[in-house]
Design a protein around this ligand. Structure first.
Ligand code: G16
Length: 559
């Protein structure tokens, strides 16, 4: 039954309460919203109407999918504290289906309540949504001070649907916890895990213990929580695993105004290629064997680092994690005798243009297939689903490892011929439980890294020794209109403005082993410029030259 076929009085009642509720959240004038790399993201004070409308779309999507639970996360992740954002999570715990992003954008940009009601009605009819069907929504927020007001807007939208809606409020939690709870709630088999934050922590901790066996206790790990919600998740996880992996939280001041992501966190460390000043001044990384990691503001990114010879900062980013994990899993498959013949299982890697050229070369040289996709977890996740075991990480630390359903079945039904084979199969299955199958989770990935290091008997320097990153630089260029920069070839080339790519190619040719690309950010109002080259001076010059080309193309400089 379509929306138009609903009993007219029910339909009219719903639209009338929608109108009254929407009047409280008018769209700010002169702003154009777009569902970007990870949902809507901008200054928090512009967002109440957007959150209200995103919640309407979440309800439509749930009704369309027979009442399956849809997630709504209020976060702006790595962005500065004054920003916030909203993104929707599909029933399998994945990012919103891309074909629905345009609907989110259409609702967000309706200039008035009347146009909102009209667009909502049209969408419901066009998408064959039966408005009388039940719906189910699970929502959460991070620790940003603007979160509670945006949650009010979200609740305002949900209140329109009265009794026909099941709502679960996860309160303040990490983005990956929300994704997990959505996936577990919709899991009809009931085998994925209990659909609660506690259920998730217990599931991870249990798998971690299986994988660690009699290894440990490990040397304490310093964890920079970006003064965000990861500090809360870390404290909960720590209760389950501290006897094997003692965790020392750093930058966990979630109540301090202005502290979120400021001079700390995964984005700071990756972009600046330096320790957070608070960690540098503490001297803790000068201890023997010390290693640390940084989460981002909603705990879905992870990077590691240490001081070489107790002095030199060395970054172990998403690429380093991907390479170490892919090789570890491949070795487990070899031990399980699952790399050849009819039962063979393939491990593949998915990267973006930001992946350091050395990591791609390393994987290729060892026969691990690598796919390159545009920036955004949604693209990596889908590409990784094409492998039996798909390892996907962005260099910035977003990532996870997906085990296909047929791979899980194959592992469960495999007949080992030796204790070593049995052990490898047990560990592969435990990895599939340790690693978040819905989206990358910094905490789950952190346990994964620690497991691999413990199995290999490595510290950070041995992990780092696998390959040497090419010197690289990532710059933000603020331009009047970032959308004039359009990309092609998985963001490795610009299609617009015409002629700019040729100039970038000329700049690249001037340096040894050069590579550079330009793309508009989907989460911040800037253009990102990436460059790598054989030496640091060359990379600095290339990044600066390409940034100048971007500024010139934007009309910001004359040349
Ligand atoms: C989000 C996305 C990531 C992406 C990052 C930066 O991360 O989930 O896939 O790498 O934005 O994207 P952009 O370069 O388009 O701004 P997060 O951690 O901010 O949610």
């Amino acid at each position: 039954m379509s929306a138009a076929a609903d009993p007219p009085h029910q339909h009219a009642e719903l639209l009338s309460s929608l109108g009254s509720a929407a009047d409280k959240y008018p769209k700010p004038e002169g702003v154009v919203f777009s569902y970007g790399t990870a949902g809507f993201r901008t200054l928090a004070n512009r967002l109440p109407s957007v959150v209200f409308r995103a919640a309407l779309l979440a309800v439509l999507r749930s009704k369309r999918l027979e009442g399956a639970a849809i997630g709504i996360m209020i976060t702006a992740s790595h962005n500065p504290e004054p920003d916030n954002g909203v993104k929707l999570v599909d029933p399998a715990g994945e990012m919103l289906d891309q074909s629905w992003e345009a609907h989110a954008t259409a609702l967000a940009n309706c200039p008035s309540t009347d146009s909102l009601i009209s667009t909502f009605t049209t969408l419901a009819a066009h998408l064959h949504v039966d408005l009388s069907k039940p719906a189910s929504i699970i929502y959460a927020r991070d620790t940003r001070p603007s979160g509670p007001a945006l949650i009010e807007a979200l609740r305002g939208a949900l209140s329109v649907f009265k009794g026909n809606l099941k709502v679960v409020d996860l309160d303040v939690t990490t983005t990956p916890v929300l994704h997990y709870v959505v996936k577990a709630t919709n899991d009809k088999s009931g085998t994925y895990g209990a659909p609660t934050e506690d259920g998730y922590m217990e599931k991870m901790a249990e798998a971690f213990k299986v994988l660690m066996g009699s290894r440990g206790p490990l040397q304490p790990l310093f964890v920079d929580c970006a003064n965000g919600v990861g500090a809360l998740g870390l404290a909960k996880l720590s209760k389950h695993i501290a006897s094997t992996l003692p965790l020392t939280p750093l930058n966990d001041a979630i109540g301090t105004a202005g502290a979120l992501n400021s001079q700390c966190g995964a984005d700071f460390v990756k972009t600046k290629q330096a320790l957070p000043p608070s960690i540098a001044s503490s001297g803790i990384l000068a201890q023997d064997g010390a290693r640390a990691c940084s989460l981002d503001g909603d705990a879905d990114r992870l990077v590691y680092y240490y001081l070489q010879d107790k002095k030199k900062f060395r970054l172990l980013d998403g690429d380093k994690i991907a390479v170490m994990v892919a090789m570890f899993i491949r070795d487990l498959l070899k031990k399980a005798k699952l790399v050849e013949g009819d039962d063979a299982l393939e491990v593949g890697a998915v990267q973006t243009a930001y992946a350091n050229g050395s990591s791609t070369k390393y994987l290729n040289a060892r026969g691990v297939p690598v796919r390159c996709v545009p920036t955004g977890v949604k693209y990596l996740h889908h590409a990784a689903q094409n492998f039996d075991i798909g390892v996907y990480f962005e260099a910035n630390g977003h990532g996870t490892v997906l085990f296909s359903p047929s791979t899980i079945s194959a592992l469960q039904s495999a007949t080992p011929h030796s204790p070593d084979e049995a052990n490898a199969i047990k560990n592969l299955l435990a990895l599939s439980n340790l690693i978040n199958q819905a989206v990358g989770d910094a905490l789950s990935d952190m346990l994964l890294v620690e497991v691999v290091l413990a199995h290999r008997g490595w510290g950070a320097p041995e992990w780092d020794a696998g390959y040497e990153d090419l010197p690289n630089r990532l710059l933000k260029v603020e331009v009047p209109d970032r959308m004039m920069f359009q990309t092609t070839d998985a963001e490795r080339k610009l299609s617009h403005p015409a002629g700019l790519q040729d100039l970038i190619d000329d700049a690249v040719r001037k340096v040894d082993m050069g590579r550079s690309f330009v793309r508009p950010s989907g989460t911040e109002d800037c253009v990102r410029v990436y460059a790598e080259a054989k030496t640091s001076p060359e990379v600095e010059s290339l990044a600066s030259n390409v940034s100048d080309l971007v500024k010139h193309a934007s009309g910001m400089t004359s040349q």
